[in-house]
Design a protein around this ligand. Structure first.
Ligand SMILES: C[S@@+](CC[C@H](N)C(=O)[O-])C[C@H]1O[C@@H](n2cnc3c(N)ncnc32)[C@H](O)[C@@H]1O
Length: 229
């Protein structure tokens, strides 16, 4: 059962927002709400603790993607298909490729795509991104969203930078770990150490690369925006 897989208390963002709680509540409750199939999936995710993007990030993507109008989108981390379906709704002309390795999520995403991907924009590639990304060499995407295992972000980064089209934008989700990335490892839970080390390495690599332009935005658990200069 999904409810067993996703422990309610494992979603640190629900407990430790990186900006004031009142601000998060306002962004979640007062900004435009979803309707239709996306609302159904958002409610399903809340009920079963599936970690989809939070409402403040959804609203930000609605603004950003309606302005950027990407034609090709790549996503690492499909889960139940919520964010791919959001991208499909915002960008009706875009082709979307999304990668997922977890059988249970694939089984949930498939019927969601069948039912709600009315323009057949989304293609899900099943398997580990570590194996799939090398096969996408030479493919270009205008928007890439990396929302998978945090320890692997640093490993996937070089592939994704190569996959960006000229003005393409890479967005990496959940990079702040509720602020633990700034803290000495000693004061943080041991089980988080590999994630914290890998995310710190990610910032180090991105910030020291003169060819990259980046911006860290405190939405959800922090999103890092990256483009090539
Ligand atoms: C946070 S969820 C994605 C949520 C989704 N982007 C949304 O907002 O609707 C992360 C997903 O990435 C998948 N994942 C993690 N590491 C992966 C990898 N190396 N390759 C493919 N999928 C991966 C997990 O199985 C999980 O379903």
């Amino acid at each position: 059962m999904l409810s067993e897989v996703y422990d309610k208390h494992s979603n640190i963002m629900m407990r430790r927002p990186i900006v004031k709680k009142e601000v998060v509540d306002f962004m979640r409750n007062e900004q435009n709400q979803l309707s239709g199939s996306l609302k159904i999936l958002q409610e399903f995710a809340a009920e079963y603790n599936v970690p989809i993007i939070p409402h403040e990030t959804i609203v930000y993507f609605q603004m950003m993607l309606s302005l950027l109008k990407p034609k090709r989108i790549l996503e690492i981390g499909t889960a139940i298909g919520f964010s791919s379906l959001l991208f499909a709704e915002i960008c009706p002309d875009a082709e979307i490729i999304t990668l997922e390795r977890y059988e249970e999520m694939i089984k949930l995403a498939e019927p969601n795509f069948k039912k709600y991907d009315s323009r057949k924009q989304i293609k899900m590639l099943e398997g580990d991104a570590a194996e799939i990304l090398p096969t996408l060499e030479g493919e270009k995407f205008d928007f890439i969203f990396m929302d998978s295992a945090k320890t692997q972000y640093i490993k996937f980064l070089p592939y994704l930078i190569n996959n960006l089209s000229g003005d393409g934008l890479l967005v990496i989700d959940d990079v702040l770990q509720a602020g633990d990335i700034f803290r000495p490892l000693k004061g943080t839970p041991r089980r988080q150490h590999n994630i914290l080390k890998a995310l710190n390495k990610l910032f180090e690599v991105v910030y020291s690369d003169e060819k990259l332009q980046s911006s860290l935005v405190p939405l959800g658990d922090g999103i890092l925006l990256i483009k090539c200069k």
